[in-house]
Each structure stands twice: as structure tokens, then as C-alpha cells.
Design a protein around this ligand. Structure first.
Ligand code: UDX
Ligand code: UDX
Length: 451
């Protein structure tokens, strides 16, 4: 059992604190936001993450997890401190490190014993060295400390599972001994642990996110070609995914990526490259392809409705992805804005994110469920693929709409099934643009002796 401090109790920090305490460590989680800390002490979560409330409650009750706004209280007796503060995009796309600097400086001034400082926030390559300089200068007196990079690979909506079952743990440091101590914290997770230098660890994080974003922009470009040539991108992706070198994940065509990570991390990596005088051609293409996906769906709904002004459009799903309330860079924000600017009335439903979404889209009427959104609507758009939208009573939906127009931004339906119900349906890359082409259902025959 070790004592660990976590600075920054957001999507990453709170999951990190709760999971390390669940592994049996004593964890003190700090945040500068007093309201957030006060709510957590009352068992009120600042974010929606499946399973998090119960995990926090159990470990607080066991006395392994506490929350504070005091750095003294947080660091006293701790051997490790994880920095999990926000690293938002700056004006030119570079990562804004003011919060990391504030945390590092305060840690330096407050520490009273040797400390391993671990960067979990996504930070540009070279930040580990920079944090070490800050601590070295800000310490009131010489005291041993070591900096380790331990990037997070948590998907929102699956963060606890991703923490407890990581594909790998990446650790970078100038001190092998410090890295080994942090590795010890992760041994119960029984996953591969990559130990390398600071800059390599920091780059592994950016390169991983940028590659996943590249897969998404790649399949979205293929989707556009599929629509022109009459192929079904969903089946194309399935056929591709059997190749282990390609893999079946992150090949879902649709509205492209949003959230607080991919957009900012791809931008930051491109910025780092350009800052070194390089031209990140692929990264720039990934961002360009992703940048047009949202308006593509608005164009489709305009085509199918014969215009936007005076129409009523329903949006199903607001969060940037399912199983989260996170609205950061959510496609729904841009889509709702464009529809409203085009003169449409917009109604929406999201199972979890409506409270957060209200602030981002004040003119959108929030409805109690999907059926209320569909009533008297001229079109319905699936923006976030929540499971509950996959088995709606589509006949009831169709009969309650003014026009049976369905835009499936995340390809959760089968085109021929929807067209047979009498909808005018458009997906993303699902055969010819809106044609009623006969859709041969792809079969997968696994030969008995297939390996
Ligand atoms: C953040 C980064 O956005 C992400 O790139 C990185 O991989 C992990 O850290 P996230 O947890 O989503 O992810 O950040 P956010 O939800 O904004 O939480 C940051 C928390 O840090 C907030 O609660 C904020 O109050 C707190 N904070 C910020 C501090 O405690 N101290 C500070 O100086 C600044
Ligand atoms: C991502 C990375 O997956 C995670 O490893 C990293 O630590 C943080 O960033 P997250 O942003 O929470 O996690 O969500 P993710 O599930 O990766 O989806 C990111 C975006 O890509 C979402 O907007 C999602 O809708 C979109 N996406 C994802 C696609 O459009 N197609 C896909 O096939 C997969």
C-alpha cells in the first residue's frame, strides 16, 4: 500500500484517484475548484462516467480516498503525486500548460519529503524536462524529486475499464529507479509496462491518439467515396477489420471525432512539428477531413428537406460520444448552430448530457425522450450513437413525424430496413446517395478449418 496524491480531479484525475485507491493505496485527491471538492465530499460527481460514483463511494467509505483543496494536506506523507490538470488547446493549437506549471510550482513549494512527480495529463514532448526545471527552481531548499511521464489512455465512457485493463502502461523518466517505483503501482493491473525516456513516453501518447484520429478520418474519406460508387462503408470496414494489421476498431464512419483529446492532441502534435520547421502533411489532412464532417450532415438534411428555414429538426444524442456527458467539441454543437442559423427550430434529447448541453446550445429545446423529439419533426438526425437509439419503435417515430426523414450520422441502422419502413434515409457512406439500391447483406462465412 502506497500513499498517492492526485492533482486535478477531472475526467482523468478522478478516475485515476478512484482506481488507485481501489487497488488498496491511500489516495488524497486535490483540486483548486472548491465547489468540486465540496461536492465530491458529499458524494456528488463532477462528471458522468459509468461506475465512477460507486467506485468513489466505496473507497471513500473504506478511508482510502479523500478530497482536498490544500496542497499541504495532499502531499503530506505521499511518495507519488500525479498531475492530471487540464491541458487545453492554445490559440495556435499548442497545448496550454499554464495549469501544469501552476501545479508543478505549487508542488515544489509545498513538498516536505522526496517525491516522484508523475505527468498524467497529455503534455507536449519535452514537458517532463520543463517540469523538472520548474521544481528545481521553485523548491525552497534542495530535496530529492524525480519526474516520470505516465500518459493516460482512458476513453471517456470506458475510463474505469481502460484504467483497470490497460493495453499497456507507458512510463518515461530520466531515473530508472523512479520509473520502476511507478511501475510497481501498476503491477496489479497485469498489463505490459513500457519503460523508456521522458520524450519517448510523451510522444507515444500523441502518436497513439493521432493514429486513432487518422483511422477515423481515413474511414470517413472512404465513406465519401463509397457513397459515390455505391459501396457500403460499414461492410467495407468489417471486411478490412479481419486483417490483424488493420484491426476492426476505430473504423466507424460518421460525424468524425470530437471530445477533449483527439482534436487538441492532433492539433498540438501538428503544432510541435511545425514549430520544428516540419510539415505534418498527414496530420493536417486528418484535421481537414474531420473538419467538414459535421456540415456534411447539415447539407444532407437540407437536401432531403428541400431547405432548412421554417423546418423543425430533431437531434438524438448531444454528448461527443455515448456513455459520457462531455460536450467538449461535440458535433451536436456545430450541427445545432448551423440549423438554427438556417432558420430551423431544433429539438434534442440526450440520455445524460442535456444539463451540460444547455449551456452550449441555449436555443435548442430539450425534450424528455426520443419520441418527443420526433413528434411533428421534418427530419430526425442521429448525432450520438447511444444504445437506446438503436431499438426505437421506428413505426411510432415515422407516424409522429411531419416528414419521415432520417439522417443516421453514426450508421446505427440498416438502410434497407429503414427504407422499407417508408423513411427517406441517409447514412454516411451507405451506398449511393439516397438511392433505393437493393442492399445485399454481407455474409461472413468462417470456414470450419479457418485458423
Ligand atoms: C486533462 C487534459 O484535458 C487531458 O488532455 C489530459 O490527458 C488529462 O487531463 P481532463 O481530466 O479532461 O483531462 O481535464 P479536466 O476535466 O479539465 O480536469 C482538470 C481538473 O484540474 C479540473 O477539475 C480543474 O479544476 C483542476 N485544476 C486545474 C487544478 O486542480 N489545478 C489547476 O491549477 C488547474
Ligand atoms: C480518446 C482515446 O481513445 C483515448 O485512448 C485517449 O486517452 C483519450 O482520447 P476519447 O476521446 O474519450 O478517448 O473517446 P474515443 O472513444 O477515442 O472517441 C474519440 C472520438 O472519435 C469521438 O468523437 C468518437 O465519436 C469518434 N470515433 C471513435 C469515430 O468517429 N469513429 C470511431 O470508429 C471511433
Amino acid at each position: 500500500m502506497k500513499q498517492i496524491s492526485v492533482v486535478g480531479v477531472g475526467y482523468v484525475g478522478l478516475v485515476t484517484a478512484a482506481c488507485f485507491s481501489d487497488l488498496g493505496n491511500r489516495v488524497i485527491a486535490l483540486d483548486v475548484d472548491e465547489q468540486r471538492v465540496s461536492n465530491l465530499r458529499k458524494g456528488v460527481m463532477p462528471i458522468y462516467e459509468p461506475g465512477l460514483e460507486e467506485l468513489v463511494e466505496r473507497n471513500v467509505a473504506a478511508g482510502r480516498l479523500t478530497f482536498t483543496t490544500s496542497y499541504e494536506e495532499a502531499l503530506k506523507g505521499s511518495e507519488f503525486v500525479f498531475i492530471c490538470v487540464g491541458t487545453p488547446s492554445g490559440v495556435e493549437g499548442e497545448a496550454d500548460l499554464k495549469y501544469v506549471e501552476a501545479a508543478a510550482r505549487t508542488i515544489a513549494k509545498t513538498m516536505t519529503a522526496p517525491l516522484i512527480v508523475i505527468n498524467k495529463s497529455t503534455v507536449p514532448v519535452g514537458t517532463g524536462d520543463w517540469v523538472a526545471e520548474i521544481i528545481h527552481e521553485a523548491r525552497p531548499k534542495p530535496m530529492d524529486f524525480w519526474v516520470v511521464s505516465c500518459p493516460e489512455f482512458l476513453r471517456e465512457g470506458a475510463a474505469i475499464s481502460d484504467f483497470m485493463n490497460p493495453h499497456r502502461t507507458v512510463l518515461g523518466s530520466t531515473s530508472r529507479e523512479a520509473a520502476d517505483k511507478v511501475a510497481q503501482l501498476h503491477l496489479p493491473l497485469r498489463s505490459p509496462i513500457v519503460i523508456t525516456d521522458l520524450r519517448t513516453a510523451e510522444m507515444i501518447k500523441y502518436a497513439s491518439n493521432a493514429f486513432l484520429a487518422t483511422k477515423i478520418s481515413f474511414i470517413n474519406e472512404i465513406a465519401d467515396v463509397c457513397e459515390s460508387l455505391g459501396a457500403d462503408v460499414k461492410e467495407v470496414a468489417a471486411g478490412m477489420g479481419f486483417d490483424a494489421r488493420i484491426g476492426k476498431y476505430f473504423l466507424d464512419a460518421g460525424l468524425g471525432y470530437g471530445g477533449s483529446c483527439f482534436p487538441k492532441d492532433v492539433k498540438a502534435l501538428a503544432y510541435m512539428a511545425e514549430d520544428m520547421g516540419l510539415e505534418p502533411q498527414i496530420l493536417n489532412a486528418v484535421m481537414r477531413v474531420n473538419g467538414v464532417r459535421r456540415m456534411m450532415i447539415v447539407d444532407k438534411v437540407r437536401d432531403l428537406m428541400g431547405g432548412i428555414s421554417g423546418k423543425t429538426v430533431g437531434i438524438l444524442g448531444l454528448a461527443f460520444k455515448p456513455n459520457t456527458d462531455d460536450m467538449r467539441d461535440a458535433p451536436s454543437i456545430d450541427i445545432a448552430k448551423a440549423l438554427i442559423e438556417g432558420g430551423a427550430t431544433v429539438r434534442a434529447f440526450d440520455p445524460v448530457a442535456m444539463e451540460v448541453a444547455k449551456g452550449e446550445m441555449p436555443k435548442v429545446e430539450m425534450m424528455p425522450d426520443a419520441y418527443a423529439v420526433a413528434k411533428d419533426a421534418d427530419a430526425l438526425i442521429i448525432v450520438t450513437e447511444w444504445n437506446e437509439f438503436k431499438h426505437l419503435d421506428l413505426e411510432r417515430i415515422r407516424d409522429s413525424m411531419r416528414e419521415a426523414v432520417l439522417l443516421d450520422g453514426r450508421n446505427i441502422y440498416q438502410p434497407e430496413q429503414i427504407k422499407d419502413l417508408g423513411f427517406r434515409y441517409r447514412g454516411v457512406g451507405r451506398g449511393y446517395n439516397g438511392s433505393a439500391d437493393s442492399h445485399i447483406k454481407t455474409e461472413v462465412k468462417v470456414q470450419p478449418n479457418a485458423v
